[in-house]
Design a binder for this molecule. Structure first.
Ligand code: AN0
Ligand code: CP
Length: 322
């Protein structure tokens, strides 16, 4: 794994999940692997889990982690090529990426979708520019279209609790007052399908994800029907793709409550967090013993550590023979 931008960088998912299970059993087993190695984590948007779990994962491997809050501390960056930089952006990604890559062994970036221009967001302008101009491997900490570290943590969580090889997993849209990116839903759909789970996606009309993301998942517009026989309910809000970035509905009847969970196969409840209580999910469901939200967040350390370990081991292999 040279960089970790999306599921396309994962050649062997089973192996990655085995590495994760191994690290989970003994998080400090490789505490010297990252000695004298460092990672710079750039944030253009807020974070609680990604930021702290990355720091813990790096510490468990003996690595240094440094954070750069581009919004607050860094120069505002220009990512587009060929522009006259006469507005608020003080530095181009070409120079910034080269400089950061000369200081650190790995670089992570969080850059949410702006939700104004589909083509711009889905071209992954920021992630692609960093990857292009940075001489060291890049890790996606949630980009415009993907949140692979979250999806890996979600898979680690499902693998622990699944009772059949092919559990029935339901990704359900739920209401939210603000327009949110599709990144979490996109990655959850792609990763769970790759893992071979039976995936159903349910949302109101107008919230269809892209064809590539839907893949072979069953699309069910009736949420109650979708919940039948579900083993896992994964709730997430996202804004519309077709009416790009718009909030088309805040219909409270899509919130996940106990009555809906009673239609499932005693399903586990999942959400990536942060979550708005009694908007996305009722207190009763999130506080129920079948709620896995804290375990998912805990597994964010495992997912980041898995990615860093894979990269560190690869670097060691590459160095052999020098
Ligand atoms: C972000 C999103 O929906 O992409 C981050 C989730 C991990 N959520 C919010 O902005 C609330
Ligand atoms: N789930 C997740 O990525 O959380 P943060 O936005 O707090 O990092």
């Amino acid at each position: 794994m040279k960089s970790f931008l999306s599921i396309e960088d994962v050649s062997d998912l089973d192996q990655l999940l085995k590495t994760a299970a191994d690290l989970k059993k003994d998080p400090l087993k490789f505490r010297y692997l990252g000695k004298n190695r460092s990672v710079c984590l750039i944030f253009l948007n807020p974070s609680l889990r990604t930021r702290l779990s990355s720091e813990r994962a790096a510490a468990n491997l003996g690595m240094d982690a440094v954070f750069l809050d581009i919004g607050g501390q860094g120069w505002k960056l220009e990512f587009a090529d060929g522009v006259v930089m006469n507005a608020d952006k003080a530095e181009h990604i070409r120079e910034a990426a080269a400089v950061i890559g000369s200081y650190y062994d790995y670089v992570g970036i969080r850059a949410f979708a702006e939700l104004e221009d589909f083509e711009k967001d889905y071209s992954e302008e920021i992630l692609t520019a960093l990857h292009k101009y940075c001489p060291v491997p890049v890790i996606n900490l949630e980009s415009s279209t993907a949140h692979p570290l979250q999806a890996l943590a979600d898979l680690i969580t499902i693998e622990k609790h699944k009772k059949t090889a092919k559990p029935r997993v339901v990704l359900t849209w739920a209401p939210h007052p603000k327009a949110l990116p599709q990144a979490v839903a996109n990655s959850f759909s792609r990763w769970t399908q790759r893992a071979g789970y039976d995936l159903v996606i349910t949302h109101p009309k107008g919230y269809e994800l892209t064809g590539k993301v839907n893949g072979n998942a069953k699309i069910e517009y009736d949420q109650k029907k979708a919940f039948e026989n579900a083993d896992f309910i994964y709730a997430k809000n996202w804004s519309s793709v077709s009416s790009y970035g718009q909030v088309l509905s805040q219909d409270p009847s899509w919130m996940i409550d106990e009555a809906k969970m009673n239609h499932t196969n005693n399903a586990y409840f999942m959400h990536c967090l942060p979550v708005r209580r009694n908007m996305i999910v009722s207190d009763q469901v999130i506080d129920n013993k079948n709620s896995l939200v804290i375990e998912q967040a805990k597994n964010r350390v495992v997912s980041m550590q898995t990615v860093l370990r894979t990269m560190l081991e690869q670097k060691d292999e590459e160095s052999e023979g020098y």
